[in-house]
Design a protein around this ligand. Structure first.
Ligand code: ATP
Ligand code: ZN
Length: 481
């Protein structure tokens, strides 16, 4: 049984075979950093994080590259509109680079809270201008691109392969092009690889064609080729990027003489009220806001409960149901871990059989195009068996295996149980509640004139760094710093 993934390029599920046995290169299109991430922005990173973890589980060595688009691009895919980052910079009275920096860190912070592993490389477009210029030059040399008034365009009609990925026709690229731009192009369907900067444009770089800035599509071709080589394994992104972004990426890389990605994966959208969650339309739930109200792992669990290729219509009720489901899993896992310390030696044949089934079902689900809903369902089938066994004696050997499966599949692959959630929460309500409780017991001992016990409680708390002071208003406590 081996991994099968849906390849957008062939429109069917294919057995996954990396170009170099044992190694996998993945490139995921990252965010344009000009505003707070919304829930939709978390779906791709979590999906491909699970892909990466599963490949590692299967024994592959993975290089995971995901870019940050910090060059401002136009608010319209065609040559219309304002630079998104520069527009935001004006609004917030910041430097464009300050805007990019601010929102890049917001994105990384949100991803960290969601237990998304850091990319091995997170290349920034502004750090790779020479590579983008070089690729553009190469396309000019090969006759696939031309310069006009300081801008460089890809000669679309010359590239026969256009539409292979998306099934779209080249003609669909034309919509919206500004008249002046349309006039300078040989063909309205040509797209910009490099744009001459207007006098007011702040982010600009020197190039053989004068001062300007790169187009969006060329950034990903240049950076994926640089870090993964030609003919790398997996290129991924949201379904909205399939056309024109990925179609143009392929054209640029192949016209330059390189083989490009072998498998293309696209995740479907998170919706809100039936419409795509999108920053451009404002139809969104800000991720940070959700993270402040919910345990991040509940959000991760919620997203993984639906398959990455289906749409997911967000509702608070759905999230609440996810919270209940996740809590059931977490409670059982915590209980199994807790019991491990004092469990007598031995095995539990019934639970061993249930573990065999769980491992087989989980593996089968994950190998079938990352079937996370079925993989999670396998845990829920297992749960009653575990709880039943936990009501009596399980035996150390079997219990250890159960804990290992939660650790390897639940945390290692699905990333749902980071150490933080396994430990009882220190701080906050629990800590102060427990200290108050001990101080009440100490007061009781004092009232009963059992001063030895009262002092012992105070001394033990002091050892733990909780300093108790008796005041006329009663005992007060603080944490040693
Ligand atoms: N609602 C969504 N559901 C799933 N993925 C999304 C959603 N919106 C954006 N993405 C994905 O997030 C990644 C980063 O997108 P990007 O920063 O370019 O967003 P955008 O398309 O400019 O903004 P938006 O679509 O939100 O107006 C892309 O892979 C994109 O497909
Ligand atoms: Zn991209």
């Amino acid at each position: 049984m081996s991994l099968v993934i849906y390849n957008t390029l062939s429109r069917r599920k294919e057995a996954f075979e990396p170009a170099t046995p044992g190694y996998v290169g993945i490139y995921v299109c990252g965010p344009t950093v000009y505003s707070d991430p919304h829930l939709g922005h978390a779906r791709g990173p979590i999906t491909y994080d699970v892909l990466r973890r599963w490949l590692q589980h299967l024994g592959y060595k993975v290089r995971f590259v995901s870019n940050i688009t910090d060059v401002g691009h136009l608010t319209d895919d065609a040559d219309e509109g304002e630079d998104k980052i520069q527009k935001r910079a004006k609004l917030e009275r910041l430097e464009p680079m300050e805007v990019a920096e601010k929102y890049m860190w917001r994105y990384f912070d949100d991803m960290r809270d969601l237990n998304v592993l850091r990319p091995d490389i997170a290349p920034r477009a502004t750090g790779h201008i020479p590579e983008q210029i070089e690729l553009t030059q190469r396309l000019i040399e090969r006759g696939y691109a031309y310069e006009r008034n300081g801008s460089v365009y890809f000669r679309a009609a010359k590239w026969p392969g256009y539409g292979r990925l998306s099934g779209k026709r080249l003609d669909e690229l034309v919509a919206g092009a500004r008249v002046a731009v349309r006039e300078e192009k040989e063909d309205p369907r040509d797209w910009a690889l490099w744009k001459a900067a207007d006098p007011g444009h702040i982010m600009r770089w020197k190039s053989p064609w004068g001062e300007g800035y790169p187009g969006w599509h060329i950034e990903c071709s240049a950076m994926s080729l640089k870090y993964l080589g030609e003919n790398f394994d997996i290129h991924a992104g949201g379904i909205d990027l399939q056309f024109p972004h990925h179609e143009c990426e392929i054209a640029q890389a192949e016209a330059a003489g390189y083989k490009f990605a072998r498998y293309w994966m696209h995740h479907n959208h998170v919706l809100l009220n039936g419409e795509k969650m999108a920053k451009s339309t404002g139809n969104l739930v800000v991720l940070r806001e959700l993270l402040s109200r919910h345990e991040p792992m509940v959000i991760r669990f919620y997203l993984l409960q639906s398959h990455y290729r289906s749409v997911l219509d967000f509702t608070e009720e759905g999230l609440e149901a996810a919270r209940r489901g996740y809590t059931r899993l977490l409670d059982a896992y915590r209980e199994a871990r807790r019991r491990l310390e004092r469990e007598p030696e031995g095995e539990h044949p019934g639970l061993e059989a249930a573990l065999d089934r769980l491992e087989a079902e989980f593996t089968e689900a994950m190998n079938d195009d990352l079937g996370t809903p079925e993989a999670i369902a396998a845990f829920f089938t297992f749960l009653p068996e575990l709880n039943k066994a936990l009501a009596g004696r399980v035996g150390k050997r079997t219990l250890e295996r159960a804990v290992r499966v939660f650790h390897e599949f639940g945390e290692g692959v699905l990333g749902l149980f980071p150490p933080r959630v396994l430990e009882a929460r220190v701080g906050g309500r629990l800590l102060s509640g427990l200290v108050e409780l001990l101080l009440e017991l100490r007061e009781e001992a004092r009232r009963e004139r059992d001063f030895a016990r009262a002092d012992a409680v105070r001394a033990r708390l002091a050892e733990l760094g909780v300093i108790v002071e008796d005041t006329p208003q009663g005992p007060k406590w603080r944490l040693e710093v």
